[in-house]
Design a protein around this ligand. Structure first.
Ligand code: HEC
Length: 130
């Protein structure tokens, strides 16, 4: 059995531990503010796969090349055409080549690095996860 004194202590505890309307109100606003600070989809950098699908897959789906078949993104072709290093691929994407346009104005240098690394990684595993 609670004595009257204990009951009021219990009530004070309840009041102070978050059930008070003002505490609830403040917590509610904190949640709203936190939700507003979740970065929008655009602010999250795209990964290599997403960049490739958006910018390159139109011509290079699955590591192929619908425009010039021999200039595909399979390891053998990259080696033959001497674009089998990160640096060479970054350069080709940045300045373009033949019927492939330059991406310097469409992708940031970081995105070009990311998508180049993705191309090399996919070539190394023969585009199996595509
Ligand atoms: C409009 C079609 C098109 C798009 C889109 C495109 N490419 Fe290309 N790509 C080509 C063509 C055509 C070539 C061959 C260029 C040449 O050597 O004449 C090529 C060549 C390449 C090569 C060299 C392949 C080899 O074996 O020599 C790489 C690497 C490459 N592209 C990567 C990319 C990446 C990464 C993207 C996306 C950022 C992309 N391409 C977007 C058409 C395209």
């Amino acid at each position: 059995m609670l004595t009257p004194n204990q009951t009021s202590k219990f009530q004070m505890f309840i009041t102070r531990s978050g059930f008070h309307p003002i505490i609830t109100y403040i917590c509610g606003w904190l949640v709203v503010i936190m939700l507003l600070h979740i970065p929008s989809a655009q602010a999250i950098p795209l990964n290599g796969s997403q960049l490739f699908e958006a910018q390159c897959a139109g011509c290079h789906a699955g590591g192929g090349n619908i425009v010039r078949r021999g200039k595909n993104l399979k390891l053998k072709a990259l080696q033959k055409n001497k674009v089998d290093t990160q640096e060479a691929i970054v350069n080709l994407i940045t300045v373009g080549k033949g019927n492939m346009s330059a991406y310097a104005d469409r992708l940031t240098p970081e995105e070009i690095q990311t998508v180049s690394a993705y191309v090399l990684a996919q070539a190394a595993q023969n585009w199996k996860s595509e």
